[in-house]
Design a protein around this ligand. Structure first.
Ligand code: EPS
Length: 406
C-alpha cells in the first residue's frame, strides 16, 4: 500500500482546481454532501471579498470512485473556477508592484519575472478549496473509526473566546459555530470579531487571528517517536504552516510551556477503569496541556492544534513597495481580496489536520480495503485494552471496530 498522500493543482483564475489522493483503501463510502458542505463552509465568513459571490464550490469525482465508494486507485476531484480568466490579459493584467507580506516579491525574483501574477495565481488561497476537499474526504474514513474533527475561530485582536470544546458538547458546538458568521461558537465574541473586521474594512486594512482544531477519538499510538518525520506533531505543524498566511502553529499549551515549570506543564496520568472503552483506554488525564501528543504520538486525549493567521497582505490602502520594472517607490497594487479570511482558514485547518490524522491512521493500520483497516484498528484496541499481554495472539481479532462511544 502506498502511504496516504495528496497533491493539488490549479490557479486562482484558471479553469479548475484539482486534487489527487493516493493510498486510500477500497470500499470507503464517500459522503459527497458532507465534502461539498465543507467546501461551502470554506467559502463563507464575514470579511470575504466579492469572489465568493461568483464561485459555488462543489467537487466532481474524475477517478478512483465507483458507485459512491473508493476503488483503491488514485482518486481525483475537481472544483471548477467560475471566475476563470487566466489568459485574458485585460482582466488579469501584469502586476509589478509587489504586496509586502505576499508571495509576490520572492516569487517574482525566484521565477525571474517582473510580473507578480506569475506567482500570485498559484500562491492564492483559492487553492485551499482543493485541500479542504482532500481533508473532508479523509474525514469520511476517520468517522468509520469514531474519530471526529472540530475546527473554529478562537479570536482576533482583543476578542477571543475561552470555550473549551469537549466531545460531549460536539453537536452543540457545531451548531453554534455554524450559526456564527465568523465560525466562532460564542455569540458575544462573534459580535466583537465582526466589529473588528468592520473597522478594518473602514480603515482599508486587514486582520488575521487564531484558528483552533480539536480531534476527538484518536487512540494512543498514532504517529511515531522513531523518526522525526513520523512524529505526528511534526506532520500536523507542517500541514498547518502550509496553509497560506499561517505564521505559527501550537500544539496544546504551545508557547505557554516556556513560561511554566514542568510540574505545571505535564499532564498527570491516572487509570480509570470506567474510561477503558473511550479513546484514552482508561489512561485518564485531568488536563491536556500536551494537546493529545507526547513523543510525536497521540496519547488518547483530544489532539489540540492552534494556528495563527497573519492579516491578508492585500490592503486596500496599500503598503510602501517598489515597481519591479522601474525600481521606483510606490504603493503595492490592490487586487480584489478579502478583509479577513480567518473563518475560511479555520475550515481549511480543520480539514488539513484531518488529512494528517487519516494518514497516521493508515500508516499504522494500512490495508487495501476498509474491511482490513477496521479489523486492524479493532484488533489493536482489543490488544491495548488487554495489556499486559502474554502473547499478542491471545487477543481476539477485531473484525468490526466499534469506537462509536469514544
Ligand atoms: C486571494 C484573493 C481573492 C480571494 C481568494 C484568495 O481572490 P480574487 O483575487 O479572485 O478576489 O477571494 O480566495 C478565494 C478565491 C477562495 O476561494 O478562497 C489571494 O490572493 O490569496
Amino acid at each position: 500500500m502506498a502511504p496516504l498522500t495528496y497533491h493539488t493543482a490549479g490557479e486562482s483564475h484558471g479553469p479548475a482546481l484539482t486534487t489527487l489522493i493516493n493510498g486510500l483503501p477500497a470500499g470507503l463510502v464517500l459522503d459527497v454532501d458532507f465534502i461539498n458542505a465543507e467546501l461551502q463552509r470554506r467559502q463563507g465568513g464575514y470579511g470575504r471579498g466579492g469572489r465568493q459571490r461568483i464561485e459555488t464550490d462543489a467537487a466532481t469525482f474524475l477517478a478512483g470512485v465507483r458507485r459512491g465508494r473508493t476503488t483503491g486507485a488514485p482518486l481525483v476531484m475537481q472544483i471548477p473556477n467560475r471566475d476563470s480568466r487566466l489568459d485574458d490579459l485585460e482582466r488579469t493584467p501584469p502586476v509589478s508592484r509587489p504586496r509586502p507580506g505576499h508571495a509576490d516579491l520572492a516569487g517574482s525574483v525566484k521565477w525571474l519575472t517582473t510580473d507578480c501574477r506569475e506567482t500570485l495565481e498559484r500562491a492564492s488561497a483559492r487553492e485551499t478549496a482543493a485541500r479542504t476537499a482532500a481533508g473532508a474526504l479523509a474525514r469520511c474514513l476517520l468517522r468509520e473509526l469514531g474519530i471526529e474533527v472540530f475546527g473554529f475561530v478562537r479570536g482576533l485582536l482583543d476578542a477571543a473566546t475561552d470555550i473549551e470544546p469537549t466531545r460531549d458538547a460536539l453537536a452543540d458546538l457545531i451548531e453554534q459555530r455554524n450559526a456564527s458568521d465568523v465560525a466562532c461558537p460564542d455569540p458575544a465574541v462573534t459580535e466583537r470579531i465582526i466589529e473588528h473586521i468592520r473597522q478594518a474594512k473602514r480603515d482599508r486594512d486587514t486582520v488575521g487571528g487564531l484558528a483552533e482544531v480539536h480531534v476527538f477519538g484518536c487512540p494512543p499510538g498514532l504517529g511515531s517517536c522513531v523518526n522525526w518525520s513520523d512524529r505526528l506533531d511534526s506532520r500536523l505543524a507542517a500541514a498547518v504552516m502550509g496553509i497560506q498566511a499561517f505564521k505559527a502553529v501550537e500544539i496544546g499549551l504551545g508557547r505557554q510551556c516556556a513560561f511554566r515549570p514542568g510540574s505545571q506543564v505535564h499532564d498527570a496520568i491516572a487509570y480509570d477503569e470506567s474510561q477503558r472503552d473511550s479513546a484514552n483506554l482508561g489512561f485518564a488525564r485531568a488536563s491536556n496541556h500536551a494537546g493529545g501528543l507526547e513523543g510525536g504520538m497521540t496519547n488518547g486525549m483530544p489532539v489540540v492544534v492552534t494556528g495563527t493567521m497573519k492579516p491578508i497582505a492585500t490592503l486596500l490602502q496599500g503598503m510602501p513597495s517598489v515597481d519591479l520594472n522601474t525600481k521606483q517607490a510606490g504603493h503595492s497594487e490592490y487586487e480584489r481580496s478579502d478583509v479577513c479570511a480567518l473563518p475560511a482558514a479555520s475550515v481549511v485547518m480543520e480539514n488539513v489536520v484531518a488529512f494528517e490524522i487519516a494518514r497516521a491512521v493508515l500508516d499504522k493500520f494500512a490495508g487495501d480495503t476498509m474491511a482490513e483497516l477496521l479489523a486492524a484498528f479493532g484488533y489493536y484496541l482489543n490488544a491495548a485494552r488487554a495489556l499486559p499481554l502474554e502473547t499478542p495472539a491471545d487477543v481476539s481479532p477485531g473484525l468490526e471496530a466499534d469506537q462509536s462511544e469514544n
